[in-house]
Design a protein around this ligand. Structure first.
Ligand SMILES: C[S@@+](CC[C@H](N)C(=O)[O-])C[C@H]1O[C@@H](n2cnc3c(N)ncnc32)[C@H](O)[C@@H]1O
Length: 331
């Protein structure tokens, strides 16, 4: 028997948003001023592959820095977490970082990778299963804004550890961030649980802007792929080449903003709705908020998370933070 045949990944739990959800969100975003599009729709199969390429870029320090923090402090992180954790990773992507965690944890009870990008998720879960032959893996394809359903069979597997690396939390503005952190806390009740989360720290503008506007144009292709995805999924007719990528650090809001700028006056049709763009008009496609360890700990405390520990790299570029919620007294 080959190693891959020994660990059967559990069947995909598929709760992917429907095309009608996507249509409503896209219309809503393009009708608002300034215009926006939800960043979760970057991630079709091509978008996920482009994001994996971004993670390898010289300019994109977050991935290698977070990996180095995990490597350096794995033993301590694992000790603080304790044995038999059920690791749930919303926005799991290629499930690369979780390997370092799984290698360090004592007897992890299982792994629930959850992502909106279904094909990429299944591929990553299969790959992981080849190397972690005894680990139960329950992949879930879902929008973590709508539902973080833990499959029934997994739900009592162990004490819950939410792993949320990659600075994905930075994509949320204050209110949505608070709501997500509250939902994460709910998910860890009634048994109590922990949150290990990666945050990108505030730093100089040049370094930040280069990370989101690389020389090879991979981030530009990633940004424009959002329009290609919408064209395919919703029969839209964005002239993708007539939009230019722009990334800038808005220090007042401590966030990187990614935009697509219309090069010309043009009209886009989506299922009978028309959106007229003037040359120079932009669609805001992503925010990536930056934090200090203190400001993020404060944010999370309002959602019921108690700060335990944090680990950073020597340059203070990035931080991994560990929080806990307790089981309610009367349960
Ligand atoms: C910034 S990447 C991080 C990937 C990986 N966790 C890492 O640290 O490298 C964000 C990931 O979250 C997924 N994602 C984004 N929005 C999502 C949503 N609303 N629901 C589920 N997954 C989402 C994307 O498909 C992508 O894999």
């Amino acid at each position: 028997m080959t190693r891959s045949a020994m660990n059967q990944v559990r069947p995909l739990h598929d709760l992917h948003p429907s095309p009608s959800d996507m249509l409503a969100e896209v219309i809503d975003g393009l009708s608002s001023h300034p215009r926006t599009l939800p960043c979760k729709y970057f991630y079709d199969a091509r978008g996920s592959a482009l994001f994996d390429q971004i993670c390898e870029l010289e300019e994109y320090y977050p991935t290698r820095t977070e990996l180095s923090i995990l490597k350096q402090h794995a033993a301590e992180i694992s000790q603080t977490i304790g044995p038999s954790a059920l690791v749930i990773e919303p926005g799991s992507g290629n499930s690369r970082k979780v390997r370092l965690l799984l290698d360090a944890l004592e007897s992890p009870a299982g792994y629930v990778p959850l992502d909106i990008s279904g094909e990429h998720l299944v591929e990553a879960a299969d790959k992981l299963a080849r190397d972690y032959t005894d680990l139960p893996i329950w992949p879930v394809c879902a929008d973590f804004n709508q539902s973080i359903a833990v499959p029934k069979e997994a739900s009592d597997a162990g004490q819950r550890l939410l792993f949320f690396p990659g600075s994905t939390i930075g994509n949320f503005g204050e209110q949505d961030r608070q709501a997500l952190l509250e939902r994460f806390a709910q998910l860890c009740r009634p048994g109590g649980g922990q949150l290990l989360i990666g945050i990108d720290l505030i730093k100089d503008t040049k370094r930040l802007e280069q990370a989101y506007d690389d020389k090879r144009g991979v981030t530009a292709a990633f940004n424009r792929n959002l329009l290609t995805h919408i064209n395919r999924a919703l029969d839209a007719n964005f002239a993708v080449d007539q939009f230019t990528h722009r990334a800038l650090f808005n220090r007042d809001h401590a966030r990187i903003e990614m935009h697509l700028v219309s090069e010309i006056d043009q009209t886009v049709d989506i299922r009978g709705q028309h959106f007229a763009f003037k040359a120079g008009e932009t669609i805001q496609t992503e925010n990536s908020y930056k934090f200090s360890v203190e400001s993020f700990a404060e944010n999370a405390s309002h959602a019921g998370w108690q700060f335990e520990r944090s680990w950073s790299d020597p340059e203070n570029l990035f931080s991994l933070m560990l929080f806990s919620v307790e089981r309610p007294q009367n349960s």
